[in-house]
Design a protein around this ligand. Structure first.
Ligand code: PPE
Length: 305
């Protein structure tokens, strides 16, 4: 259960958590057309709180709305300020921030024209997405019987509410079979992304991650590519098959919620030595140093409260 905070930013102002309610005729509740983001804020060594890549997340929210033809009732600056306001009002030093844009009540049927566009920003404390042990020792992954979206069925570069039904089906299947996370293939059968994460493999010191064609352009993925290159490593954005994943020396997932989570097993095949390898550990360490403001080279990604 999400632990309640004091306030939720709703349509332009902070209101008490319990009052952030919607009507059952809310259009998004019926048909799934809405867009959202997931952002993390970290407590830094110097006592300040920094939001990681806030403006990039808000830009992606607007990109999602653009593709979905949802007219945003607020500006990017206003929503960036609202994210900061939510943390401050709730006294949160570290939190996960969830901006949600949805179509409110008034219209039913599949033409949402005239539906009011509503925006909520909720922040709550969210620990390690795949568990502290998963983050430290790696997780067990199952290739899903569900495939990821076809590029002309759902738009894959958006964080659209309805897209996540596919993720939920895959996640539940994997968890009920005793795994930690689901890996989804693309419509051509190549490795695509997880229910809520991008994927990287490492072979002979070289990193590989699927190209942006049919995945969510993850900001953690983008950050990891930069960090790896700055560490002198080669990163290839290229398709690969599931057997290439089975044969990798190392593999890991990236995501705002999942951060950098090592993968120790896929479909009952142990990956490399079965525990986080040297490249994964180096990337994970570099990532946490960046988000916590400990690396002067990447201050551009941080918005301090
Ligand atoms: N792929 C998908 C499908 C996805 O949902 C996410 C984020 C990513 C890749 C990684 O993107 P980024 O966060 O920009 O690195 N998933 C969010 C939702 C998690 C949830 O359960 O809710 C997240 O990590 O916030």
């Amino acid at each position: 259960m999400v632990e309640k905070a004091k306030f939720i930013w709703f349509d332009g102002k902070l209101i008490p958590w319990d009052q952030a309610q919607v009507h059952v005729l809310t259009h998004t509740l019926h048909y799934g057309l809405g867009v959202f983001e997931g952002i993390r804020a970290y407590f830094c060594q110097d006592g300040r709180t920094a939001i990681f890549r806030l403006s990039d997340h808000i830009r992606r929210l607007f990109d999602s709305a653009h593709v979905m033809m949802i007219e945003m009732p607020f500006s990017r600056d206003e929503l960036e300020a609202a994210c900061c306001e939510s943390l401050r009002a709730n006294g949160q030093k570290e939190a996960y921030i969830r901006p949600l844009v949805f179509l409110g009540e008034g219209v039913m049927g599949l033409n949402p024209a005239g539906s009011p566009v509503q925006v909520a920003i909720i922040s709550w404390v969210w620990g390690a997405y795949l568990g502290d042990e998963g983050l430290a020792r790696g997780i067990r992954v199952k290739t899903s019987s569900f495939i990821r979206h076809h590029v002309n069925i759902m738009m894959t570069k958006t964080k659209t509410v309805g897209n996540y039904v596919n993720s939920i089906m895959a996640k539940r299947e994997a968890v009920s079979a005793g795994y930690d996370e689901a890996l989804l293939l693309d419509t051509a059968g190549y490795v695509c992304e997880a229910s809520g994460e991008n994927i990287f493999i490492v072979k002979d010191g070289v990193l590989k991650t699927p190209p942006l064609t049919s995945i969510l352009p993850g900001l953690t993925r983008d950050c990891v590519i930069t960090l790896a290159q700055d560490l002198g490593l080669t990163v290839k954005e290229d398709r690969f098959s599931r057997d290439e994943l089975y044969l990798a020396d190392e593999a890991f997932f990236t995501g705002t919620a999942a951060e950098v989570t090592p993968i120790r097993e896929v479909d009952l095949r142990v990956i490399g030595p079965g525990h986080p390898g040297p490249v994964t550990k180096k990337i994970q360490e570099a990532y946490f140093a960046v988000v916590k403001g400990q690396d002067a080279r990447y201050q551009r990604w941080l918005t301090y409260l």
